[in-house]
Ligand binder design. Structure first.
Ligand code: LMR
Length: 407
């Protein structure tokens, strides 16, 4: 019956790890997936996470089902991290929300909600396949998530390969030219894959443009903490839009800033006009989730709850989060320094100008293949380097390999 199923390609990001794992070279480096490594290249479990885990095991909790929308305690804490401690809309119950299977699950749930319910502007006919605009480029999975949710996927200008920075004018004009009422996906901070974020002034302008065009802002915040090292500073874009009166959709991931990758801990929230509206959106989110996965997993959220319920563990978490961001920044400086020392004639300023977990290196597809085949250095095909996989031990080898393929 399934003989006609065609072989599909490996995932653009996770497929890199598959290839890396099969490489016998002891010097191999995986800079594909955005997963933080410590300075000896090992997966890093934050100490407050370990402590929370210990306490949880000790408490001998039950393992019953969570409600369809997940843990209320966790969701409340997640929302506090994004909207801020004293947000008026949160207090008045205007935020619909649920625990999700990390950021991907949050985007997917929102995609289906948008496809089913996004109202037309001015009582026109509702679009069966609403337009979701992604920055060009965006995280490789975004297009598939919104397409599989039944939305139409478009792009707006974002990155300028010539300057290796934000094409702000292009960005604004493509958002102005888009059909009114489009959904616009924004990376709250630490843009994936480019490492290029708008400045606070540019965020203010984007907020005004989206307002003018009645676009629906959709924030994906998978890297809160990784731009500045500070959770509050990195939420500034989201908070500005909320303060400006936007009714945002927000996907949050705790994979990176808590290091809980495989635990699938995330949150979706939708800011509505009233508590009544929020309750209606909540009810529909549950109706979407129940036939998809029934209810979310319990282990990871218990860890986040434990950490964020204890001021001392929370303090440690914020400190170690900052340490991860700082280690990445120091690897940027080292990589650029080594390339210059090796006599590279290329301009590598963007390595230190870009921020977050990634460097959008400008390395071509052919050079990526050479790095893989001749040096066992693994990047995604678009030249994205996960700086989180660079360590003080492998940075020299990496710089040498990059120099060889780019000279
Ligand atoms: C990445 O971009 O590498 C991460 O978000 C991991 C993933 O799921 O793709």
């Amino acid at each position: 019956r399934f003989a006609g199923v065609p072989q599909g390609p490996e995932d653009a990001i996770l497929g890199v790890t598959v290839a890396f794992n099969a490489d016998p070279n002891p010097n191999k480096i995986n800079l594909g997936v955005g997963a933080y490594r410590d300075d000896v290249g090992l997966p890093f479990v934050l100490s407050p996470v370990r402590e929370a885990e210990r306490r949880i095991v000790h408490a001998q909790h039950h393992m019953e089902y969570l409600p369809v929308a997940g843990s209320r305690t966790f969701v409340d804490k997640a929302i506090r991290l994004a909207y801020g401690e004293h947000n008026h809309h949160v207090k008045t119950g205007q935020v619909a929300s649920m625990q999700t299977l990390s950021g991907t699950g949050a985007c997917r749930m929102a995609g289906v909600l948008i496809q089913r319910f996004l109202p037309a502007l001015d009582d026109g006919p509702r679009d069966e396949s609403p337009l979701v605009l992604l920055p060009n480029p965006s995280w490789a999975n975004h297009a598939a998530i919104f397409r599989d949710s039944g939305c139409t996927v478009g792009q707006y200008k974002y990155y300028d390969p010539a300057t290796k920075s934000l094409d702000f004018e292009g960005c604004v004009s493509s958002l102005e030219d888009a059909p009114d009422g489009s959904v616009v996906l924004l990376h709250a901070c630490a843009h994936n894959p480019t490492g290029v974020d708008p400045t606070p002034e540019q965020w203010a302008k984007l907020s005004a443009v989206l307002k003018e065009k009645r676009h629906q802002p959709f924030f994906d915040m998978a890297y809160q903490g990784f731009t500045s090292g500070d959770m509050e500073v990195d939420a500034a874009s989201v908070r500005r839009f909320v303060d400006d009166g936007h009714r945002i959709v927000l996907a949050q991931s705790f994979s990176k800033n808590f290091g809980l990758y495989g635990q699938r801990v995330g949150c979706l929230s939708v800011l509505t006009d009233s508590q009544e509206e929020a309750l209606a959106v909540d009810s529909q989110l549950k109706i979407i989730a129940r036939p998809m996965y029934s209810n979310p997993p319990i282990a990871g959220v218990r860890i986040v709850e434990e950490v964020l319920s204890d001021p001392e563990l929370e303090r440690q978490w914020r400190m170690e989060m900052k340490g991860m961001a700082e280690r990445i920044i120091s690897m940027r400086t080292m990589l650029k320094g080594y390339l210059e020392e090796l006599g590279s004639v290329q301009n590598w300023d963007h390595i230190t100008n870009q921020n977050g977990m990634f460097c959008f290196s400008g390395i071509s597809k052919e050079q990526v293949a050479k790095l893989r085949d001749e040096h066992s250095v693994y990047l995604t095909e678009n030249g994205r380097i996960s700086m989180a996989g660079v360590t003080s031990q492998n940075v020299g080898y990496l710089a040498n390999a990059v120099h060889k393929v780019t000279m």
